[in-house]
Write a protein that binds this ligand. Structure first.
Ligand code: NI
Length: 138
């Protein structure tokens, strides 16, 4: 099996705040990330796809196509936006790096066939990275 990867960067604002919890609980749980006016990150996303090379093209997937998918499905919905916007990529889910990785996986997965998604890595900062390998199969 071969694994290809493509990286993209985007800048987005967010605020970690769960309306089901009190102001105090939110502050305790999310600390600075709960700041009322939000804050931003320069996110780096790496998406890996796996598969076999096509006998005609020799490619698992055209990386230009993967780039276009990421531009349409991820960048257009995140770059210079708030991740907490209703109807955005996260659509109301708490904008943790974990949820962002899952949302990117779900948005990209249907478009990479016949390749399959292998891994989505989201780097929120130099020291904070989340990797998602897809839902666990029962
Ligand atoms: Ni943050």
């Amino acid at each position: 099996m071969l694994v290809l990867s493509k990286r993209i960067q985007f800048s987005a604002a967010h605020r970690l705040h769960n309306p089901a919890l009190s102001e105090d609980e939110n502050r305790r749980l999310f600390g600075e990330c709960n700041h009322p006016h939000g804050h931003g990150h320069n996110y780096e996303v790496e998406v890996m796809v796996e598969g076999r090379p096509d006998p005609v093209t020799g490619m698992v997937m055209n990386l230009r196509t993967l780039r276009e998918i990421l531009e349409r499905e991820v960048l257009a919905r995140t770059h210079y936006k708030s991740l907490d916007e209703a109807g955005g990529l996260l659509d109301g889910r708490l904008s943790t790096t974990e949820n962002l990785a899952i949302a990117i996986w779900d948005a990209v997965r249907p478009h990479v066939q016949p390749a399959r998604l292998h891994l989505v890595r989201v780097k929120e900062s130099e020291n904070n990275v989340v990797e998602y390998t897809g839902p666990e199969l029962a």
